[in-house]
Ligand binder design. Structure first.
Ligand SMILES: Cc1cc2nc3c(=O)[nH]c(=O)nc-3n(C[C@H](O)[C@H](O)[C@H](O)COP(=O)(O)OP(=O)(O)OC[C@H]3O[C@@H](n4cnc5c(N)ncnc54)[C@H](O)[C@@H]3O)c2cc1C
Length: 361
C-alpha cells in the first residue's frame, strides 16, 4: 500500500465532503458511515488473514495507513479500538468460532468495540478489577461496572476484563471476554466531559452472558494477555499524532518559532513507532518500547497545542487562519485525556524504568 495513494484517496474524500479534518479523530471522530467506507476500501483488518475478512499484511504497513488517517484528521473512532487491539487479540487468541464471527465484521466496519478495562476502583491498578464472571450453562455471566469506556453507547461489542476466580495473588484469576452488547443485562450510561456529552460512558453488567467460545485465550490468564495487549494499545501513531492536524495548519502557514523543534521530535517519534510496529510483525509484544512511545508522544501532542497558543498570544495573525482557532479550541478540550488514557504518564514511567532495571541486571 503506497503512502501517496492513501493520501490521494483521503484528499479526494475530504474534497467530496466525506469528512472534516479534526484533532483527536481516533477517539472523538466517530462516523459509522466513514468506518464502513474504509472497510469497503480494505483499510480495516490489515493485519489478519483473508480467511477472516482481513488483508494478510503486517503492522508496519498498518503503521503507514494509520499515520495517514491521523494526519488527515479522518473520523476513525468507530473502528479504531477493534482494528488496533481487539481484532489482533482475537486473531492471536480467539477460538475459531469467534474469529469467523467477529473478524469479518470488524474488517467491514460493522462491529464496533469499546474497552471494558477500567472500573471505579481499578484504573492504573488494573489488577483490582471486581467485575466477576461466574459459570453458567455453556458460558459465563458477568456482574459489575466498567467506567470511562469510550464510545460504549455506539459500540456493538465490548472487551471485558473480569475476575473468574480469587487467586492467591491479585494478578491471578482474571479472564478476557468478548461481549455482545445487544442483550439484557447490559446498561450503558454516558458521562459528560468538557464538551458536554462526549465519548465517555459507564457500562453496568447485570448477568450479561458470554458463550465459552467468546472467551479470549485461557481462563485465568487474563493478566498476562492484557499486559501484552497494552503494547498494541500504546504503541501506535495515535499516541503521537492526535494534534497533527493543528501542526499541519501551522506548517502550511509557515508560522511559529517552535516548528523546527516540533518537526525534529516528530521525526524521532516516528522512527520509534516504526520500530514498535516491526517488533509486532516479528511476533513480539514490545511493552516497554510502546510505553516509551506513548510517554514521549503525549508530551509532543500537548506541546503542539502550546506552540499554537503561543502563536495566538504573539498575535502573528494565526487566529485569523481558516479553521485555526476552532481546531485549537477543540484540541484543547481533548488534551487533558492524552496523558491519562491507555496508562498515565507516571505509570508508563514505572513500566519503562522497571524494564531498564531488569535489562541492567
Ligand atoms: C480520554 C480517556 C479515554 C479513556 N478510555 C477508556 C476506555 O475506553 N476503556 C477503559 O477501560 N478505560 C478508559 N480510560 C480510563 C483510563 O485507562 C484510566 O483513566 C487510567 O488508566 C488511569 O486510571 P484512573 O483514572 O483510575 O486514575 P488512577 O489510577 O487513580 O491514578 C490517579 C493518579 O495517580 C497516579 N498513579 C497511580 N498509580 C501510580 C503508581 N503506581 N505510581 C505513580 N503514580 C501513580 C496516576 O498517574 C494518576 O496521576 C480512559 C481515560 C481517558 C482520560
Amino acid at each position: 500500500m503506497k503512502r501517496a495513494e492513501i493520501r490521494a484517496r483521503l484528499d479526494e474524500w475530504r474534497r467530496e465532503g466525506r469528512f472534516e479534518p479534526r484533532c483527536d479523530s481516533w477517539l472523538a471522530g466517530f462516523d459509522e458511515d466513514f468506518s464502513r467506507l474504509l472497510g469497503a476500501e480494505g483499510w480495516i483488518g490489515l493485519t489478519w488473514g483473508p480467511e477472516y475478512g482481513g488483508h494478510g499484511r503486517g503492522f508496519a504497513e498498518r503503521f503507514v495507513l494509520t499515520e495517514e488517517l491521523l494526519r488527515a484528521g479522518a473520523p476513525v473512532a468507530g473502528h479504531w479500538i477493534a482494528d488496533r487491539q481487539i481484532g489482533p487479540a482475537v486473531a492471536r487468541l480467539g477460538t475459531e468460532e469467534l474469529r469467523r464471527h467477529i473478524l469479518p465484521r470488524i474488517a467491514a466496519g460493522e462491529a464496533r468495540f469499546c474497552l471494558g478495562m477500567s472500573e471505579p476502583d481499578a484504573g492504573s491498578d488494573l489488577a483490582s478489577v471486581r467485575t466477576r464472571a461466574t459459570r453458567v450453562d455453556g458460558g459465563w455471566a458477568l456482574h459489575g461496572q466498567k467506567v470511562w469506556s469510550s464510545n460504549a453507547h455506539r459500540a456493538t461489542h465490548a472487551y471485558v476484563l473480569a475476575r473468574t476466580s480469587d487467586g492467591t495473588k491479585r494478578h491471578e484469576g482474571l479472564t478476557e471476554f468478548v461481549l455482545d452488547l445487544d442483550q439484557p443485562g447490559v446498561t450503558v450510561r454516558r458521562i459528560p466531559d468538557l464538551r458536554g456529552p462526549g465519548h465517555f460512558c459507564e457500562v453496568f453488567l447485570d448477568g450479561a452472558t458470554v458463550p465459552d467460545a467468546w472467551v479470549l485465550g485461557t481462563v485465568g490468564n487474563g493478566w498476562t494477555q492484557v499486559t501484552e495487549q497494552l503494547s498494541f494499545e500504546r504503541g501506535g501513531p495515535e499516541r503521537v499524532l492526535s494534534t497533527y492536524p493543528l501542526l499541519r495548519l501551522m506548517l502550511d502557514s509557515g508560522g511559529g518559532p517552535r516548528l523546527g523543534e516540533l518537526v525534529a521530535r516528530l521525526t524521532a517519534l516516528r522512527a520509534l513507532g516504526r520500530q514498535v510496529a516491526a517488533r509486532m510483525d516479528a511476533g513480539e509484544a514490545p511493552i516497554a518500547a510502546a510505553a516509551t512511545l506513548k510517554l514521549l508522544g503525549n508530551r509532543f501532542e500537548v506541546d503542539v497545542i502550546e506552540a499554537a497558543r503561543e502563536l495566538t498570544r504573539a498575535g502573528v495573525g494565526a487566529a485569523a487562519w481558516p479553521r485555526f482557532a476552532a481546531m485549537l479550541a477543540d484540541a484543547q478540550l481533548s488534551a487533558p485525556g492524552f496523558s491519562l488514557r491507555g496508562g498515565t504518564t507516571e505509570v508508563l514511567g514505572v513500566v519503562v524504568a522497571r524494564s531498564a532495571l531488569e535489562g541492567a541486571r
